[in-house]
Design a protein around this ligand. Structure first.
Ligand code: SF4
Length: 322
């Protein structure tokens, strides 16, 4: 009996939700005492379902910002003059960040002989590691790269991209022309270049560089050389017109997600468990592909839609017709 999966789930739910007390019956855990969302069972009917949420600013108005279940990533082709077909469906726990899917998706595409030359993704998918892994696989990862991180992110101060690094000499040069006094690796496998107080304190552009107290000099922390170079190259490229033109094609996947939501109802799992939900997602993608191929190979001319009343009025009463 103890080994039954249902009993094991019930025991886990009790352990995650209640805490024993020495003075009385068990009590519900406070929010701070609860296990992380990634391991917390949200429903005894589907122990793999997880609670997740998006910041409201990440979602268009009217879309849900929290859900219980899983997360699916769709990948599609975007060759001009060919139908856009879904080439991969990646289902994973709702709490997993998007960046953890990048390399797994690419490996599946490679295994199917569908390696993309350029892989267009949104800002949640690139990281130093995934950019490097993509390059090793011969794939150019095109996604917005954010270079500013840390407590001053988004406050308009110089980012590591504004500093020039001479890796051979182990020296970084700041926008004011000062050189760093030390270069040290840290426990996170990152490298910190520290500047001198003697340079930073009287610096005329200090307010554009750091918001720290006056006695603290600027530091920049970056990835080791090959990863930093790859990130900087990607960051520089994203400001070119060519990059923007290429990246426009990514918008198509938003339409595909919308089609999968409105048609096969992608946001509602019909089954319990990640494996079955994945199967549902794959079948939904197949339905989209079949529909698109049908449209692509359909030789019958599309039937003309009857013009709407407003269209008739516009074409009848244009200045030329008047
Ligand atoms: S504050 Fe220091 S690191 Fe920043 S620009 Fe001035 S001298 Fe360079």
């Amino acid at each position: 009996m103890n080994e039954l999966p249902e009993v094991a789930t019930l025991r886990l739910v009790w352990q995650q939700q209640y805490v024993t007390t020495s003075t009385g019956p068990p009590r519900l855990k406070t929010t701070q005492e609860l296990s992380p969302a990634a391991v917390r069972v949200h429903s005894p009917y589907d122990p793999e379902a997880r609670y997740s949420s998006k910041h409201p600013s990440e979602q268009p108005p009217g879309r849900p910002t929290e859900w219980v279940g899983s997360k699916v990533h769709l990948t599609e082709s975007c060759d001009p003059d060919l139908p856009n077909l879904v080439t991969d469906v990646h289902t994973m726990p709702a709490t997993e960040p998007d960046v953890t899917a990048t390399t797994a998706i690419q490996d599946k595409l490679i295994a199917r002989g569908l390696t993309p030359g350029e892989h267009l993704m949104d800002g949640g998918y690139p990281s130093a590691a995934t950019i490097t892994a993509s390059a090793q696989r011969g794939i150019t990862l095109l996604a917005p790269i954010v270079v500013q991180t840390g407590r001053n992110a988004g406050k308009g101060t110089f980012t590591p991209a504004d500093f020039t690094i001479n890796w051979a000499a182990g020296v970084a040069t700041c926008p004011a022309g000062a050189t760093s006094r030390s270069m040290k690796p840290d426990k996170r496998d990152l490298v910190t270049f520290a500047f001198s107080r003697r340079d930073c304190r009287p610096c005329p552009i200090r307010d554009r560089c750091t918001l720290a107290a006056e006695h603290i000099a600027r530091r920049i922390t970056v990835h080791p050389e090959p990863i930093h170079q790859a990130r900087m190259a990607a960051h520089t490229a994203q400001h070119s017109d060519q990059w923007r033109k290429t990246y426009h094609a990514r918008a198509g996947i938003e339409g595909t997600v919308s089609e999968a939501v409105r048609g096969p109802n992608l946001r509602h799992a019909r089954y319990r468990g990640l494996a079955k939900t994945h199967l549902q997602n794959v079948v939904s993608a197949m339905a989209i592909n079949i529909s698109r191929l049908g449209t692509y190979f359909d030789t019958k001319p599309a039937t003309q839609r009857r013009p709407t009343r407003i269209h008739q009025l516009c074409t009848t009463y244009t200045p030329a017709a008047a």
